[in-house]
Write a protein of this length. Structure first.
Length: 421
């Protein structure tokens, strides 16, 4: 089977305008949550990425009829759904676990294979299972599946999360909307993608208070109805373009980018020397010289997003000075550091910390993407490397960035796709 890799010849200064797609981390959850209501739900501003196709196939196997349009998806949900999400799909994409809450809430049962997706850490499902059990379901792991059952429906409960897990908050939220009575989720995730999901559920008839805060209150309703909803812009893609501008001494206008979703990353880029300005409908990021190094520590929103950590390390690799990057969310995020070192980066990893000493110039070499964001970080590093960089396993990048190579080329990058057997 042919796979693709990316060939990058470094040295170009990126210049021009890009438009940000809908958020991957939102649209997949919206698609899963559409299971809560019988009938046709339409989601717009849908990114053209591989993970959307995987989620569409998963929903089709559960009994839905899916129609893909231009940047839209319509999901026709039947009165009776299947309840088993098979391993062959779930292993490709972690967001598949998001069908768990809606299936238990609406059908009273679910069997969802333990998820795969990116190799960036353990990310256990204990919080998801404990949350469903608090709502009255029985849930356990069996032969590689999470098996959950609530034949008499769910009942509201007060739930406190030990960690503000986005996935657990989402699954508990989508289960609680149809539970009898009131549910509270303390230490809930606050990510913009979760707020988008909450607003989507409200448009379907859910009663939710506290979106964007650490405490959610959900008053259960007996039934929900289909809706029409536009996905929020992807803040991680926005941030990736912003770092690309800063690293290449470029000037990129990011249409659709929302500065309010990226306050800390944009502040950090400004401290690195970038000129960040709001424009009508987007953000402009310009860099006139070599970036200054920046220290960051990843944390749940509104902290620095773990998904932008590879871009920070890539920037620091060619920045002036020394930097410390601390990873507090996913222990496996530093896997791609060895690939950056192949390009000549000076990085030492000690547990949760990476120490980076900036060098003036990286040098092109063959490297491999290990996950979506690591792949994007390696591409950015390739843009500022002398000579040619080959990024193998670029299919990872396509899971989160629609037409990434083509967009980069439109900004002046020397980047091409190659087929490899």
């Amino acid at each position: 089977m042919a796979q693709e890799r990316l060939r990058i010849v470094g040295g170009a200064r990126l210049h021009g305008e890009v438009r940000v797609c809908g958020a991957k981390n939102s649209v997949l959850k919206l698609m899963a949550a559409s299971l809560l209501a019988e009938g046709k739900t339409t989601i717009s501003n849908v990114p053209d990425i591989a993970d959307v196709a995987i989620m569409a196939e998963l929903l089709t196997r559960l009994g839905c009829t899916i129609v893909r349009g231009h940047e839209s998806v319509t999901i026709d949900v039947p009165a009776v759904l299947g309840h088993r999400a098979d391993y062959d799909l779930v292993r490709k994409m972690r967001a598949s676990i998001n069908v768990l809450g809606p299936l238990v809430a609406r059908m009273g049962e679910a069997e969802v294979a333990l998820p795969g997706g990116d190799a960036i850490g353990s990310r256990g499902l204990d919080f998801h299972i404990n949350g469903l059990e608090a709502l009255g379901a029985t849930a356990h792991n069996e032969h590689g599946y999470v098996v959950a059952s609530a034949p008499n429906g769910l009942t509201g409960a007060d739930i406190e999360l030990d960690f503000p897990s986005v996935g657990a908050t989402e699954n508990i939220l989508t289960a609680a909307v149809l539970a009898k009575g009131t549910t509270t989720i303390d230490n809930a995730a606050r990510e913009p993608d979760l707020v988008d999901l909450g607003n989507f559920l409200i448009s379907m008839g859910a009663k939710i208070e506290g979106l964007g805060t650490t405490k959610l209150t959900i008053h259960g309703v007996p039934t929900m109805h289909p809706t029409v909803h536009a996905t929020i812009p992807d803040r991680i893609v926005t941030g990736t373009w912003a770092f690309a501008a800063a690293m290449t001494c470029g000037d990129i206008t990011i249409m659709g980018g929302r500065a309010e979703d990226l306050e800390l990353p944009l502040e950090k880029l400004a401290s690195a020397g970038a000129i960040v300005t709001s424009v009508d409908g987007g953000i402009r990021v310009r860099m006139d010289g070599r970036p200054q190094s920046i220290d960051i520590a990843t944390l749940p929103y509104p902290g620095f997003p773990t998904d932008l950590q590879p871009m920070v390390i890539s920037l620091n690799a060619i920045a002036e000075g020394d930097a410390i990057v601390t990873e507090n969310v996913f222990e496996g995020r530093f896997m791609f550091v060895n690939e950056l070192i192949r390009l000549g980066a000076q990085i030492t990893v000690d547990g949760h910390h990476a120490s980076i000493r900036g060098v003036e110039q990286l040098s092109g070499a063959p490297v491999a993407a290990t996950d979506i964001r690591a792949g994007a970080g390696l591409v950015l590093a390739g843009l500022v490397s002398e000579g040619t960089t080959i990024v193998e396993d670029s299919f990872h990048i396509d899971r989160g960035y629609p037409n990434f190579a083509e967009e980069l080329a439109s900004l002046g990058a020397n980047i091409t796709r190659e087929s490899v057997e």
